[in-house]
Design a protein around this ligand. Structure first.
Ligand SMILES: *Cc1c(COP(=O)(O)O)cnc(C)c1O
Length: 297
């Protein structure tokens, strides 16, 4: 199978949650190694002529979904993959779990370096010609092609189902997926910041798409400050409730906050709502372990 065959479509199903019916776009099912959001964002690379490249370089957290997708991508294309991250905690170094172990199995070369944040300000121009540099989380202009395809699929779904209105909801990290989706989608996109606050997200949108009319609407908790990757009992609870009520496994970093806010907004919508499942459930193994440890404290 050609690599990009997997991007042709992802199914849409109906789910019920807290008395409301929604459409769920299963981008998590795009591919075992490239599920979801990262499949969309790295689609541009699949179209690239890679013959002149030897190496892929990126950086970020040690359980990142982007890291796994890039590692799988590099393996399939015989590229060396160097990934910079801050020094690993001892337990993780001894027993790599979750996304870290998956990426290492794909042959990723992990470089632990306290100064890895220096990469934040780097661009492709800072690397040799045989090296592709990917920003943390894949926030880059190449992400646009794949997300545009997602917009096309949503439009086709709306036509098939005679929907003239639709509200589309998805979680944000870097905001790249949400902003490119809004740029190409005729329906309104709503998103929730998970990595930084609304200000940070707005800035990220502007960096990728300068016209504010093409930005998604941001929802956030009015007062609560939530830290990315931290554990919140209400996150685990809504994740479990979703699993029981919809029979779909969501992920534990981005989805819970987004669903907590969305569930409060559902009654306000008179039009159908679609949630994009952006994948990432392979990271759940390590998150569930953390929640279990947390619960016994
Ligand atoms: C990366 C990721 C996001 C965030 O996507 P951005 O384009 O960075 O906003 C959301 N959900 C999942 C599951 C992800 O892996």
């Amino acid at each position: 199978m050609e690599f990009y065959d997997i991007f042709k479509s992802s199914p849409v199903q109906k789910i019920q949650f807290r008395g409301h019916e929604l459409f769920l776009k299963r981008d998590d099912l795009l591919h075992a190694d490239f599920g979801g959001n990262k499949a969309r964002k790295f689609f541009g690379f699949f179209l690239k002529d890679l013959s002149k490249y030897r190496k892929l370089v990126s950086y970020g957290g040690n359980q990142s979904n982007a890291m796994v997708s890039l590692a799988a991508f590099a393996r399939h294309h015989n590229l060396i993959f160097e990934y910079f991250t801050k020094p690993l905690p001892k337990f993780l170094k001894e027993y790599p779990i979750g996304n870290l172990s998956r990426a290492l199995n794909f042959g990723m070369q992990l470089i632990e370096n306290e100064a890895y944040t220096e990469f934040i300000s780097k661009t492709q121009a800072d690397f040799p010609l045989d090296t592709i540099f990917v920003k943390q989380g894949g926030a880059m202009t190449e992400a646009e092609v794949g997300v545009k395809l997602l917009a096309t699929e949503i439009h086709a779904f709306a036509v098939e189902n005679a929907l003239t209105e639709l509200a589309v909801v998805l979680p944000s990290g870097t905001g790249a997926t949400a902003v490119f989706l809004q740029k190409h989608l005729k329906f309104k996109v709503f998103t929730v910041p998970n990595v930084g606050d609304s200000e940070y997200l707005k800035k990220q949108f502007t960096e990728l798409v300068s016209n504010p009319d093409l930005h998604p609407q941001i929802w956030d908790f009015p007062n609560k400050k939530h830290q990315f990757g931290a554990l919140y009992p209400e996150y685990y609870e809504i994740w479990q409730e979703l699993l029981i009520d919809t029979k779909v496994e969501f992920e534990l970093l981005y989805d819970p906050k987004t669903w907590l806010i969305l569930s409060e907004k559902l009654a306000d919508f008179s039009c159908p709502v679609m949630y994009i499942h952006s994948g990432g459930i392979d990271g759940n193994i390590s998150m569930i372990k953390r929640y279990e440890r947390f619960a016994t404290l």
